[in-house]
Design a binder for this molecule. Structure first.
Ligand code: ZN
Length: 714
C-alpha cells in the first residue's frame, strides 16, 4: 500500500491534465465512445497514473465513510468507483495488443509494476476490507437480491484470495512479488513479440514457393512489401503465416526451417530468451501461493474456477490424453503410408505433420481444404455470424458509417447492435488484419461492460484477428479453421452483448476462466450448419454457394486430425498444470528440461510439439490469467459438446428457438450472477457428462439415430 500511495502522490501533481484526451469521460453517440482520433501512445502513461490516483481516492472515501457499512455504501460504491482507470486501461490494453511500438512498450515496463502495486494497495486496505467483511457477514440478513449476494461473496473472496487477511509483513512481501511478476510478464511478452517480428523467412526465388496456393503467395508478397522487401515473399514468424506454409510447401528443407524458427520463439539463448524469466515466475508464484496458504499456485488459481481443484482438472485431461495419443499413432501411420507410397523417403517429423495430414485428408475424405477456401470470404462469413446472432439471440448488426465513431486504425470498422425491439444493445468493433505491433492470434475484448444498477449502460466489445490482407479490392479468403476461430471470437462477443445484469463486475465475459470458453466454443458449431454455409459460403468469383457434396465431405471429415489437435493442445495444458504443481519457492526449474521430461513421461508422440512450447507460452507467462488454466479450453469444451447435443440430439436442431432461449437466459445473458455449474444446470437440466466430448472428438462412436443423451449422461 505504501509503495503505490507514495508513487501516486508523486505522480498526480502533473498527471491530471485536462488536455490529455484519454482522461475525459467518453462522449458522443451510443452512450459515449473512446476518442481514438485524439489519442496518442504518449498520452497513456499520465492517464494511467491519473486513473490510479482517482481509483485510490475513490476507495479511500469508501473506506473512511463514517456511516456503518452497507451493501450500497460499500459494495455498490466500489462498483461506481475507478471509472477513469477502467477507461484508461481499456485504451492502454488496445495499444498494447494492437498498436505496440517503442512508446507503448516503455509505458508497459514503467506502468505494469505500478498497476500491480495499485491493485495490492486496494486489497490490502484494511479499513476497506473490514467494511466488505461486515457486509459479507450480514449477507443473509440484509435483504439482498441473489445477484447482490453473489457480488458480495465475489468481492469478499477476491480480497481474501489476494491476501486481505495476511499480516503486515506478509502483505508487504506479497506486494513485492506481484510487482516483480508484473515486470517479468511484460519482459516475457516483449521478448516473444520481438522473436515474432524480427525473425522470418525471406524468399527471393519464386521456386522456393513451390506448393503454396495463390492466396498464401499473395499474403507472403504483401507481408514482404509492408516490411520493405517489395518483389520478394516473407513468411512471418506468426501462427497465421507459419501454418499455411507448413501445410502446403513441398520444400521439406524450408518447412523444417520455418518450423524450427517458430517453435524456438523465446528459446534462442539470446537477449530475447524467456527461460530464466519462466524460472523466476514459477518461483515467485509458488512463494505467493505459500504466503496465501495454498499448497501450490495451481491450487490457488483453481479454487474459484468451475473445476475447483487441480485434481479434477487433471482427471479430465488424463481421461482424454490416452485415446488422443492412440489416435495420433493411427494418424501418423496413415501419413507414413502416403509418404512411402509417393516414394518420398521420409520418416514423418514434426515439420511434416501438417503437410502429410493434408494429403491424408484428400485421400481419405476426398477433401481438399484449398477447394473450400474460395467459398470462405471473410466479409461473407461475418454476415453469416450476424445471421446466427439474429436467429439465436435476436441481436441485429447495423454498420456505422466510417467517420461517425472514431477508430484507432483505418482497418477497424464498427457496428451498432440492437435487439429485436430495435433497442440499442451495444457496439461491435472489428479489427481483422495482421500488422506489425499487433499480437498474434485472435481475441475478444470488452471496452465497456454492460450494467444497469445506476442507469442503463450499454456494452462495447471488439473482435480481433490476424488475417493476412490480400490484394486491394479483392475479397480476403480464409481457411476453414480461421472461419471456425472467427465464430469462436464472435461467441465471446455475443456473451458480452447478451449480458443482462446489474453490476459491471458480474457482467458479460467476467466469468471463471474454465467457463468463459464455453459460449465461444459453442458458437463455432454454427459455421458448419447448412443454413450458414448455403447463404454465406459463396464462391468469391461465381457467387455460387458451396456445393452440397463439399459440405458433406466437411461434415464427414469433422473428427479428422483430432488426435493431433487434442495432443498438441493437451500437452501444453498438462505441462502448464504440472509446472505449477511442481514449482516451489526455492527450486529453480529449468523450463526446457522440465518440458522435455514431462512430455517423455507422458508418452508424447515425437511427431508433435506442444501448441505453445514453454518459452513462448504467453497464455501462462505473460500474465496470471491462464496460468494453471490452459486446461480451461478442454473443461469448457466438455460443456460445449454436451450443450450442442441439447440442440442436435435432445432438441430440434441447431436453430431450435426454445433451446436457444434457455441458453440465452441461463448462460449468455447471465454473466457471473450465478455459480457456473448452476447456470449450466439451468440450461441443460442436469450436469454435463464427458461422453459428448469424446463423441465430438471421435474418440467414441456417434450416437445412433433417435438416441437421447439423458440415458448416457453422467
Ligand atoms: Zn476463446
Amino acid at each position: 500500500m505504501t509503495t503505490a500511495a507514495s508513487l501516486l502522490a508523486g505522480a498526480t501533481a502533473g498527471a491530471v491534465n485536462d488536455s490529455n484526451p484519454v482522461i475525459p469521460a467518453w462522449s458522443g453517440p451510443y452512450g459515449g465512445v473512446p476518442p481514438f482520433d485524439k489519442i496518442k501512445a504518449t498520452d497513456l502513461k499520465d492517464a494511467l497514473e491519473a486513473g490510479m490516483a482517482e481509483g485510490l481516492a475513490d476507495l479511500e472515501k469508501i473506506a473512511n465513510d463514517p456511516s456503518p457499512p452497507t451493501f450500497d455504501n460499500t459494495i455498490a460504491a466500489m462498483e461506481r468507483s475507478g471509472r477513469l482507470l477502467d477507461r484508461v486501461t481499456t485504451v492502454y490494453g488496445i495499444y498494447s495488443s494492437t498498436l505496440s511500438d517503442d512508446t507503448v512498450q516503455a509505458t508497459e515496463r514503467d506502468i505494469e509494476p505500478k498497476l500491480a502495486a495499485f491493485r495490492d494497495s486496494i486489497t490490502q486496505n484494511e479499513k476497506l476490507f473490514r467494511r466488505i467483511a461486515t457486509v459479507y457477514d450480514a449477507r443473509d440478513t440484509s435483504n439482498l437480491t441473489p445477484e447482490q449476494k453473489r457480488l458480495v461473496w465475489l468481492q469478499y473472496t477476491n480480497f481474501v484470495r489476494a491476501g486481505a487477511k495476511l499480516d503486515a509483513q506478509a502483505k508487504k512481501r506479497l506486494s513485492e512479488i506481484n510487482q516483480q511478476l508484473a515486470t517479468l510478464f511484460t519482459n516475457f511478452s516483449q521478448n516473444l513479440l520481438a522473436d515474432e517480428n524480427d525473425r522470418f523467412l525471406l524468399i527471393e526465388d519464386e521456386a522456393d514457393l513451390a506448393g503454396l496456393p495463390d492466396a498464401v503467395r499473395d499474403g507472403a508478397a504483401a507481408n514482404a512489401e509492408t516490411r520493405g522487401h517489395k518483389g520478394k515473399w516473407l513468411i512471418a514468424n506468426t501462427r497465421s503465416s507459419v501454418e499455411p506454409f507448413l501445410t502446403y510447401s513441398t520444400r521439406r528443407d524450408l518447412r523444417e526451417k520455418v518450423w524450427q524458427t517458430f517453435v524456438n520463439r523465446g528459446d534462442n539463448g539470446d537477449a530475447h530468451d524467456n527461460n530464466k524469466i519462466i524460472t523466476q515466475i514459477l518461483q515467485l508464484r509458488a512463494e505467493r501461493a505459500k504466503l496465501l496458504g495454498y499448497p501450490t499456485h495451481a491450487h490457488w488459481r483453481l479454487e474459484n474456477s468451475m473445476a475447483k481443484t487441480p485434481d479434477r482438472a487433471m482427471e479430465l485431461m488424463e481421461a482424454v490424453w490416452k485415446p488422443a495419443v492412440a489416435r495420433v499413432h493411427e494418424e501418423v501411420a496413415d501419413m507414413q503410408a502416403i509418404a512411402d507410397q509417393e516414394g518420398d523417403g521420409v520418416k514423418i517429423e514434426p515439420w511434416d505433420y501438417r503437410y502429410y495430414a493434408e494429403k491424408v485428408r484428400k485421400a481419405k475424405y476426398d477433401l481438399d481444404t484449398n477447394a473450400i477456401k474460395p467459398y470462405l470470404q471473410l466479409e461473407k462469413l461475418r454476415e453469416g455470424m450476424f445471421y446466427t446472432a439474429g436467429q439465436l439471440f435476436g441481436l441485429y448488426f447495423k454498420p456505422i458509417a466510417a467517420g461517425t465513431v472514431p477508430v484507432y486504425h483505418s482497418d477497424v470498422r464498427v457496428w451498432e447492435v440492437d435487439d429485436a425491439a430495435g433497442k440499442l444493445v451495444g457496439l461491435w468493433y472489428f479489427d481483422p488484419y495482421a500488422r506489425v505491433g499487433k499480437q498474434s492470434g485472435a481475441w475478444m475484448n470488452a471496452y465497456r461492460n454492460q450494467e444497469r444498477f445506476d442507469g442503463d449502460i450499454t456494452t462495447i466489445v471488439s473482435n480481433n484477428s490476424n488475417f493476412v490482407k490480400g490484394k486491394p479490392g479483392e475479397p480476403v479468403l480464409i481457411s476453414w479453421i480461421d472461419a471456425t476461430t472467427l465464430f469462436h471470437e464472435f461467441g465471446h462477443a455475443l456473451h458480452g452483448l447478451s449480458s443482462n445484469v446489474n453490476y459491471p463486475t458480474l457482467s458479460g465475459t467476467n466469468v471463471p476462466r474454465d467457463y468463459v470458453e464455453f459460449p465461444s466454443q459453442l458458437l463455432e458449431y454454427w459455421v458448419a450448419t447448412p443454413e450458414v454455409l448455403n447463404r454465406y459460403a459463396l464462391h468469391y468469383q461465381t457467387g455460387e454457394p458451396i456445393p452440397a457434396d463439399l459440405v458433406a465431405k466437411i461434415q464427414k471429415a469433422k473428427t479428422f486430425n483430432q488426435g493431433f489437435d487434442t495432443v498438441e493442445y493437451l500437452a501444453g495444458a498438462l505441462v502448464d498444470m504440472k509446472l505449477h504443481l511442481a514449482a516451489t519457492p526455492d527450486k529453480a526449474i529449468d523450463p526446457d528440461a522440465f518440458e522435455k521430461k514431462t512430455l517423455a513421461d507422458l508418452g508424447m508422440p515425437h511427431e508433435i510439439v506442444m501448441r505453445h512450447r514453454t518459452p513462448q507460452f504467453g497464455h501462462i507467462f505473460s500474465g496470471d490469467g491462464y496460468s494453471a488454466g490452459y486446461y480451461s479450453y478442454l473443461w469448457s469444451d466438455t460443456l460445449t459438446a454436451d450443450a450442442w447435443e441439447a440442440f442436435t440430439v435432445d432438441g430440434k436442431g441447431p436453430w431450435d428457438k426454445e433451446v436457444a432461449e434457455r441458453l440465452r437466459v441461463n448462460v449468455f445473458s447471465a454473466g457471473n450472477t450465478r455459480d457456473p455449474a448452476e447456470e449450466y444446470r439451468g440450461f441443460r437440466g442436469r450436469d454435463p457428462g464427458i461422453d459428448a466430448l469424446m463423441r465430438k472428438r471421435g474418440f467414441m462412436p456417434p450416437l445412433a439415430a433417435g438416441a437421447s443423451t439423458t440415458k448416457t449422461a453422467k
